[in-house]
Structure formats: C-alpha cells, structure tokens
Design a protein around this ligand. Structure first.
Ligand code: MSP
Length: 528
C-alpha cells in the first residue's frame, strides 16, 4: 500500500463576508508548510474551503435580499476562490459544506452515532452567540457597555447573545472527558503551542457536559437523517469537512481516505481551539476513527489590540496589501514578522521596512548584481568554478546548516525561524560579495579563474536560496530560478528537494539572464 500522505487543513471560512488578511494568514501558513513538505518529496494533501451553513450566513443572505444558496454561491465565486489566486495557494482540494459529498458524509456520520446510542433528544434552554455560532455558558458572557449596557454580551463579539429555547438532539460529550485526558497525556504534541495544550487540558479537566448537536429553529443546514425537522448544528456539520473532503461516506474513495486520514495537522486560529481540540476528537472517538496528529492554534492579527474582524469593520482585504507589495511579499511578511502561535499587529511601516531591507535590498539586489556581473564579465554564460578557497567552503557550510535549520523549523511550524535561517545565509552571501570584490578581480586577467569561481559561488548560492524560499515565495523564486538557467541544468524548481540542497548543481555554460525586478522599489521611494 502506498505511504500515508501528509494531510494539512485550514479552517473552512464563513461566507458571511469577503476574506480579510486574518483568513489569508492561516491559508498562507498552510500553503507554505505543504509546499515545503512537497519539496521534501512527501505526498501531500492540503485542504481549504468554506463553511456555508448556519444562522450567521442565513441572516446575511436575508439582509441582502437573496436566498442563502445564491448568497454563498456568489461569495465563493467572487471572493473566496479568487483570494486563493491572489495568494498563490496550491491547495489540492476546496470543500464547500453545501456540496453533495459533504452532505452525504455528514448525514452518514451522525447516523452512525445515533445508531450507537450517542445521540439523544432533550430541550435546550440558554444563550447562543450567532457571531461565534456557539451555545454559551455564563462564564462566556459579560456585562455589555454603551448601546448594550444592561445586557449580557459575548466576550469575543461584545454583542448581545440570543436566548434559545428549543427541542434538540444532544451528543454524549460527557462520555469523553476521561478518554480525551488520557489521549492528551499520551500525546503532548497533539495540541500546540504549549499554552494552547494547557488551555485545552484544563478545560477538559473541569469535566465535559453533553452538547446540543442539532438546531430546530434554523433551516439553512443539513437535515438530520432521522428527524427532518432539525438541521445539524453548524459546527458539527463544519468539522466533518476534514473527513468528507477525503471521501468519508463514499465507498469509491475508501483507498484515498485510508491513505490520507488522520490529518497530520489542523491549522486553526486560537478562537476555535476548543471546537478542534475537544469536540472534534470526541466526535472521532465516538465514530471509532483515528485522531489527528496535531491541532496548531496560531495567534490573531490584531487591530487596535483586538482581533481583526469584519463584524467590527477592522478587516483589511488581502488585495489592499498585494496590490502594493505583491503576493510574495505578503506571504513572506506575515510568516516572517509574526511568531506563529503568538498574536501580531499588522503595520504598513513594518511591512514597508522589511520589504525594502530584506527583500528589495537583501535578496533582490544580490540577484540583480550577480546577473549583471555574469553578463558583463562572461557575456551571460555561467563560468566554470576553479579550486575552492576557504571563504567559498565556509559559505557552502553555512548553506548546508541553513538548510538543516530551516527544515527543522518548518517541520515545527516555526516559519519565522525558518525564514531567518535562509536570511542569515543571504546576508553571508552579500558579505562574501563585498569581501571577494569580483569587480576588482575582473580587472586582472591573471585572476580570471578566481573571478569565475566567485561568480559561480554567488549564482549557486542563489540557486539554493530559490529552492529554500520557493515554498514561501513561489512566484518570484521561480523567476529567479529560471534566470539562473537552473531549469536547463536541473529541471523544474518544484521538484527540488529542500532536504538535498547540495552544491554545484548549476551547469557551467548555461545562460544567466537578468531576473528583472524581483522586488520592485515601492512607488514613493522612486521619487527623489
Ligand atoms: N467557520 C468556522 C471554522 C470552521 S472549521 C471546521 C470559522 N470561520 S471564520 O471565518 O470565522 O474563520 C476562522 C479562522 O480564520 C480562524 O480560526 C483563523 O484561522 C482565521 N482568522 C480570522 N480572523 C483572524 C484574525 N484576526 N487573525 C488571525 N486569524 C484569523 O470560525
């Protein structure tokens, strides 16, 4: 049987509105991780998609005077699919919860649980936050202020909760308190970072209560197979996307499902940790399915100290940034500037500073200087290296170490450290250029061989950089790769292993062209 694929997921996003950079952040992280895994030679499945049912989406459609189906079709076509192009995401699949494959899988799953006695009918009385799409308890609420003074509001959305009173079906979550605690004791990496793990374990330790798994007063959802009057509670519909997308409930896809499940990592924002690290594994246990390897809870992009959100009108559209800086700089910036797992604030100044220092000056200049020198001294033909000096060998060692460090960091989802390792190498190459002074060597015909070695070393360093940075900045690194003539020498960039970075792969004699402006100067910097 073929090996299991590395399976990574993003949350599926609510289509009550268009995406903002908070959504883009998770998707970009998943894309960089899975591109890296592919370049380790692994078989990968990367899934993203949209969460289309529930009260929030239904009301938004009503406000806009269209049916929920029309609304979600429009939002997905006009915003959620196009944003993947904007961000250069290489996802393997895109699941929508309104698809038939999902509905069939969800109904099958809950039927299995109902038949094994894990679901029972009971009245629900209590608060519900439509923003969170979540049944709340007193501890989740606080006194409202301003226009909501005197009312109980959700701690996350700061808006009043609604009082529900309905007859629902309940899932026996309380049966899983002990099994979940044992699971997390045996798998201390199953939730990361550590702070998230501790939060989950202490929540479970308080003891889990049964939870309503259906809604009777909502019509926009997936009907329960045994009670058509009710729809599956939106979270217990949405979480199942991780298995319905890969063939749960579809006999013809059993082989693929077995090669893919369990997920290796679910990437989520910390706001939805409890759903993924408590309810989801309990559901899987109830169905007798293996549990995911890890739930990684990353931090929030903040605006004014609060989570960026469309509801609070603080969302920035990804194109507002990519239109100025380009897609690759967007991807680079968010993975580099924020520690994955911690909160971070986006700032135009910081983005501009890093773009200029690290991308335009650090890497872009190196690439264009290197091509210009090979053009000038060798008519654009890559020279043959002579014997390597100590300085050359030190640089080669640095590269080998940087590749190992970047790999270890990427596997740990520490994107910032991984990028830092490559950046350290770029700095070293820039120093090497300054120290070796190829423009001085070029004046002395007797040092022609040394000049060739230095220029070859720089070009070969750029080849390695383009491989290591490709998962982060696929577009510009492909341009760099082609400009080095690497495609002619060693084939497509996407096939290059980050775990076999090597040295001396570029074939002397191949054509080196100017890569153009990899990271163009920003508009107002051109003005004197
Ligand atoms: N539909 C649910 C998830 C179901 S998964 C089975 C949901 N959707 S959401 O549209 O609200 O998006 C949630 C995810 O978007 C977060 O978990 C996070 O990954 C990302 N982000 C949304 N706003 C964010 C920030 N301000 N900062 C960082 N990420 C954020 O919850």
């Amino acid at each position: 049987m073929p090996d299991k694929s590395f399976y990574a997921t993003t949350p599926i996003y609510y289509v009550n509105d268009a995406p903002h950079i908070g959504h883009a952040y998770t998707t970009v992280a998943g894309d960089a991780l899975t591109r890296w895994r592919r370049q380790r030679g692994e078989s990968v499945v990367f899934l993203t998609g949209t969460d289309e049912h529930g009260t929030k989406v239904q009301r938004k459609a009503e406000e806009n005077g269209v049916s929920p189906q029309e609304w979600v079709d429009r939002l997905v076509a006009e915003h959620w699919r196009p944003v993947l192009e904007t961000l250069d995401i290489a996802n393997d699949d895109f699941i929508r919860t309104t698809e038939k494959r999902h509905r069939i899988g969800v109904q099958r799953f809950w039927e299995v649980l109902q038949e094994s006695g894990q679901v029972y009918p009971e009245a629900y009385e209590g608060p519900y936050c439509v923003g969170c799409e979540e049944f709340k308890v007193a501890a989740d609420l606080e006194e409202g202020t301003g226009e909501f003074a005197g009312q109980q509001v959700c701690r996350i959305h700061h808006r009043p909760v609604e009082q529900l009173s309905e007859q629902n079906w309940w899932f026996r979550l309380s049966d899983y308190t002990q099994p979940l605690l044992e699971h997390y004791e045996r798998h201390p990496d199953a939730v990361a970072p550590r702070s998230a793990y501790n939060e989950v374990v202490s929540f479970i330790r308080q003891g889990l209560s049964d939870i309503s798994m259906s809604r009777s007063s909502v019509s926009w959802g997936i009907p329960l197979p045994w009670d058509e009057e009710q729809v599956v509670y939106v979270w217990f519909d949405a979480l199942l996307n991780y298995i319905t997308a890969i063939g749960y409930g579809d006999e013809s896809r059993t082989g693929f499902f077995d090669r893919t499940w369990p997920a290796d990592v679910h990437l989520v924002g910390k706001d939805i940790l409890r759903f993924h690290a408590v309810y989801w594994p309990a559901m899987l246990m109830a169905a007798g399915l293996p549990l995911p390897g890890q739930v990684f809870a990353h931090g929030w992009l903040l605006v004014g100290g609060e989570k960026m959100s469309k509801t609070k009108l603080t969302g920035i559209a990804p194109t507002a940034i990519t239109d100025v800086f380009g897609t690759d700089a967007f991807r680079y910036y968010f993975l580099r500037a924020i520690n994955f797992g911690a909160d971070g604030s986006f700032s135009w100044e910081d983005m501009r500073d890093r773009y200029t220092a690290e991308l335009a000056n650090g890497l872009g200049n190196l690439a264009s200087r290197s091509a210009a020198m090979i053009g000038k001294y060798y008519d654009g033909i890559l020279p043959e290296p002579g014997p390597y000096s100590n300085a050359d060998l030190v640089l080669q060692d640095h590269l080998a170490r940087a590749a190992l460090d970047a790999d270890a960091a990427m596997l740990a989802l520490d994107f910032s450290t991984a990028i830092g390792a490559v950046r350290g190498f770029i700095d070293a190459v820039n120093h090497y250029v300054t120290d070796q002074e190829p423009w001085v060597l070029a004046k002395d015909e007797e040092r022609r061989e040394r000049l060739g070695t230095v220029l070859y070393t720089i070009a070969e360093s750029l080849r390695a950089i383009s491989v290591l940075y490709h998962p982060i900045m696929p577009g510009s690194m492909a341009t760099l790769w082609q400009s080095l003539g690497a495609g002619e020498s060693v084939g497509p960039l996407a096939d290059q292993l980050v775990t076999d970075i090597g040295w001396g792969r570029l074939a002397p004699g191949s054509t080196v062209a100017k890569p153009g402006q990899l990271f163009p100067r920003l508009p107002d910097e051109e003005t004197p």
